[in-house]
Every structure is written in structure tokens, then in C-alpha cells.
Design a protein around this ligand. Structure first.
Ligand SMILES: [Ca+2]
Ligand SMILES: [Ca+2]
Ligand SMILES: [Ca+2]
Ligand SMILES: [Ca+2]
Length: 349
């Protein structure tokens, strides 16, 4: 039995082996005795060159197509010689060249990390595959530069390696909601070939921001005769989170004096504070209360502001007059300056 080896993808005409010589034939004998391959159903991609008796490549030899991942990849040929008839077995090993780059299942990979994932959290990535064999298919991985992520390789059954994406520091969706990284796989060929996949990492929101009012204190003045329904103030809080984590509702609390509770209310959605009853400067001249803005996260977070409503006096009380003492009748010749009556006057305003 004769054995040869030839690299895959060798050009047509490449000599695989000097078959006639290796079979011990004399010059010219190969042609005279019709040294030839036994035709099998499918073309062998090699043939015997008539004149020289050499085995040469006749058409494309693709190791991946012939043998896939199995190694070694051998063509088993039968060679015939006439007069007398003889059969020889020839084995041609097709060796691998690094003609396939590593390939990832897709060009993009979408990954989600919660904003509050602790550093050290990992996400297993799908590795690339390489149609070659041996070191031409031995893959190593690298990740584009990132402040937040690194790659850790886990050895699985000592042969394939599976890269894990590992978080190295806390994420913040409010400052960066999407990270784009490139994962590169390189094979062990010389030169190495590479394949890439783009990792699109979405940062999912966590409720890590409390609503915040754009003013910590709102000072308002209203005349005491302001009608019911009068707008006292419009407060607004913002929350940089997303969705319900940023959805804010308002409520009024901590009234000083407590009676303010019945006179003032805030719309839970708009933050409009309105009068719901009559003011009376003579009773209360300053209402002090707080507005709470609470988001709908789990758990919810809240922020507060203070509102000072000053009630302004209006002249709504007539002076009251009392006669304290009265001297009647008064003599017609009473001297100027004589006290006629002593009056008390008071005005609640
Ligand atoms: Ca190959
Ligand atoms: Ca390869
Ligand atoms: Ca929030
Ligand atoms: Ca957030």
C-alpha cells in the first residue's frame, strides 16, 4: 500500500506522488500497462498522469467538504495495471489548511443587563465555530476595550472554550443605556483568521433615582378672599429613571396648622395646588406644608418640597364701636372739650 499526503485546495496539476516509481514500474511502463485509477461513482479529484505515471491533483480538493470535522481525511484509491492485471491500494491524506475563518452564529448579539447587576455578574456568550480542524480551528477570544465588561474563558471538556461576559463595575442606565462591544474569535492558524460578533448590551432600568423637585421651597402669597379653586402653585418633580420608575404622583402632607388639610389640595398627576376652602387671615396667616412626589417603582422612592402659603389681609371687617360711657344730656353751654361719650373702636383687620 502506498500513502501520500496533499494539502487541500492544492492547484490542479500539483503532483501528489510519483506513483509509477513507488509501485516499482520502469520508465514508460505506466503508460504501456495503462496505470489508472478505478473509477468510483464520484470523481476522486486526483488522477494518474499518463506519461509520467504521477498522481496529480485534477480538481478541487476541499478537506471540509470531503471529511468535515473528522481527521485524518483520507482518499482510498484503487489503482489498476494491465498485463498482468494487478490492483494496488493507494491512500491520499488530504491535510488541512487554514482556509476558514471562525464564524459566530450571527453578526449581532443582543444582551440585557439590569442596571443594578452587581459587578461580577456574568453572561455566557455563544462561541464561534471554525470548519477547519486542529490548531486551524483552535479558537481564542478577545473583547474590545470596555470600562464595564471583561471576558472570562471557561474551559469546557478541555477542548472547546466558552467565553463569559463579566461585569466589572456598576452600570448606570441614566448615563449610558446601551453598550456596544466587539467580540473577536481568532483561530490558531498561521496566519490566524478572525471572526467577530457585535455585542449590543442593553442596560435595563432599576428604580435607583428618587423624584426631585425643581425647587426645595415654594413661597406663595394669596389674599384671604381668594376664591375656592384658586391655583396656589404648580410644583414639579422629575425622575431620571424609565417607565413607571419615573412616573410620579403628588400628595400633600405635614400641614401646619393641621386645618390646612381641609383648605389645600394637590392634584396627584399635575402637581397643581389649589384652594379647597376659604382662607381667613385673622385665623391663620401662614400655612406650611409639604408635597411628596412618589414614583411607582418597586419599592417606590419619594422626594419632598416645602410650600409656604402666606395669607394676605383684606379689609373685610368693619370697625366695631362700643360706647363705653355716655353723658347725656349735654348742657348747651358746656365748655369746649367736655367729654360727651367714651367710645371703644376695634378692627379685626
Ligand atoms: Ca481547512
Ligand atoms: Ca480556521
Ligand atoms: Ca425613580
Ligand atoms: Ca434607573
Amino acid at each position: 500500500q502506498v500513502r501520500y499526503s496533499v494539502p487541500e485546495e492544492a492547484e490542479a496539476g500539483t503532483v501528489v506522488g510519483r506513483l509509477a516509481q513507488d509501485l516499482g514500474l520502469e520508465a514508460g511502463e505506466a503508460e504501456a500497462r495503462r496505470l489508472r485509477l478505478v473509477a468510483r461513482g464520484r470523481r476522486a479529484s486526483v488522477e494518474v498522469s499518463g506519461a509520467s505515471g504521477a498522481l496529480v491533483v485534477s480538481s478541487r480538493l476541499d478537506r471540509e467538504e470531503l471529511c468535515g470535522k473528522s481527521a485524518p481525511c483520507a482518499l482510498r484509491l484503487e489503482v489498476l495495471l494491465d498485463r498482468p492485471l494487478r490492483v494496488f491500494h493507494v491512500e491520499v491524506e488530504v491535510t488541512d489548511i487554514n482556509d476558514n475563518a471562525p464564524r459566530f452564529p450571527a453578526a449581532y448579539k443582543n444582551i440585557s443587563f439590569s442596571e443594578n447587576s452587581p459587578p461580577g455578574s456574568r453572561f455566557p456568550l455563544e462561541g464561534a465555530s471554525d470548519a477547519d480542524i486542529g490548531s486551524n480551528a483552535q479558537l481564542s477570544y478577545s473583547l474590545s476595550a470596555s470600562e464595564y465588561f471583561t471576558l472570562e474563558i471557561e474551559k469546557a471538556d478541555g477542548r472547546d472554550v466558552i467565553p463569559d461576559l463579566v461585569l466589572t463595575r456598576a452600570l448606570d442606565r441614566e448615563s449610558l443605556s446601551e453598550h456596544r462591544l466587539v467580540l473577536t474569535a481568532s483561530d490558531g492558524g498561521r496566519p490566524a483568521l478572525t471572526g467577530t460578533v457585535q455585542l449590543v448590551i442593553s442596560v435595563l432600568d432599576a428604580n435607583d433615582n428618587a423624584p426631585q423637585f425643581n425647587q426645595s421651597v415654594y413661597k406663595v402669597q394669596l389674599p384671604e378672599d381668594a376664591a375656592e379653586g384658586t391655583l396656589v402653585a404648580r410644583v414639579a418633580a422629575t425622575d431620571p429613571d424609565e417607565g413607571i420608575n419615573s412616573k410620579v404622583t403628588y400628595s400633600a402632607t405635614n400641614f401646619i396648622p393641621l386645618s390646612g388639610k381641609d383648605l389645600i389640595s394637590v392634584h396627584p398627576q399635575t402637581g397643581e395646588i389649589r384652594l379647597t376652602g376659604p382662607l381667613d387671615f385673622e385665623e391663620v396667616s401662614v400655612f406650611d406644608f409639604r408635597i411628596e412626589a412618589r414614583d411607582k417603582g418597586t419599592p417606590p422612592l419619594s422626594g419632598h418640597c416645602k410650600v409656604l402659603l402666606e395669607v394676605l389681609d383684606v379689609n373685610d371687617n368693619a370697625p366695631e364701636v362700643w360706647v363705653t360711657s355716655l353723658s347725656v344730656p349735654v348742657a348747651e353751654d358746656a365748655a369746649l372739650g367736655t367729654v360727651v361719650a367714651l367710645l371703644s373702636v376695634s378692627d379685626r383687620d
